[in-house]
Design a protein around this ligand. Structure first.
Ligand code: ARG
Length: 270
């Protein structure tokens, strides 16, 4: 079961369904320096929370007319409201998000972003607020039935996402090798490439996959074994004050049902 191997070997902080091993932790963010005077002033006087995202990922974030919409946008707004701040959404390429956080251009990111060990080297993650599953989209008449059939195929992914990272890994590490992966700037472009036969399959998170398949005739999502991932909010390593505040807001939003009602608004129970 290739995708499973990939996740385990890549040490991605992902729980693999049907495997006892689980590498998922969101609680070990570096909080050791919380409360220092220097930190206290770090966010002082700021009235705008800048949130970096890549709004090509329905239902988490997408552009509707002139507006940003989606689960992550609404959660960000709820956090900003709770912190008494204004929200500014900065839309950028997915692989620009972590650099935007580490350089302080943005305060936090909600982008359906999976917690991974590699990313944790560069940013802190909040407690998880949702889960995602990597799935495979193929044309309805495809002979591909699961991850094992992908080794001699061309796979479309969104650049810099976990789907890209897993699939691009070497076969020894459970991937398919870079030669088998075509990275697109967004999932919709990968899906267009699939429709026109430029790639044989697309590996992407389940909820955007459902949205793309609903918009495009002749495609299906394989009902195969899945990798489950945790989505969390990325925040600069040195801004532990914001991390603590965001975690406190998230806890409130979870406790009072706001978080679930935002998710339920966009993801209908099957
Ligand atoms: N969950 C995947 C990852 O973290 C994909 C996220 C893509 N998000 C987006 N807004 N385009 O790599």
């Amino acid at each position: 079961m290739k995708l499973k191997k990939i996740a385990a070997l890549a040490a991605v902080a992902a729980m693999v369904v049907s495997m006892a091993a689980c590498g998922s932790t969101n609680s070990d963010a570096d909080k050791s320096t919380t409360g220092s005077a220097a930190e206290e002033s770090q966010n002082a006087g700021k009235d705008t929370l800048v949130m970096a995202t890549n709004a090509t990922f329905p239902p988490y974030e997408y552009v509707d007319g002139e507006e940003y919409k989606g689960i992550d946008i609404e959660i960000s707004q709820a956090i900003a409201d709770d912190l008494g701040m204004k929200l500014q959404v900065d839309d950028m390429d997915f692989d620009s998000i972590i650099p935007a956080i580490t350089t302080g251009k943005a305060d936090m990111s909600l982008a359906g972003m999976t917690v991974t060990e590699d990313r944790k080297k560069n940013v802190n993650f909040s407690d998880s607020y949702a889960t995602g599953v990597q799935v495979i989209i193929v044309p309805e008449d495809s002979d591909i039935t699961g991850p094992d059939d992908l080794s001699d195929k061309l796979i479309g992914v969104q650049q810099g996402t976990t789907g890209d990272i897993y699939c691009s890994d070497t076969p020894e590490k459970g991937g398919y090798g870079e030669d088998h992966v075509v990275a697109y700037q967004n999932g919709a472009s990968a899906v267009q490439a699939l429709k026109t036969g430029k790639v044989d399959a697309v590996v992407i998170d389940n909820e955007p996959a459902k949205a793309f398949v609903a918009e495009n005739e002749g495609l299906k999502i394989l009902d195969t074994e899945y990798i489950t991932e945790d989505y969390a909010i990325a925040i600069a390593k040195d801004n532990t004050e914001l991390l603590d505040k965001v975690n406190a807001s998230l806890a409130k939003l979870k406790a009072d049902g706001t978080l679930q009602s935002i998710i339920d608004k966009y993801i209908k129970a099957e």
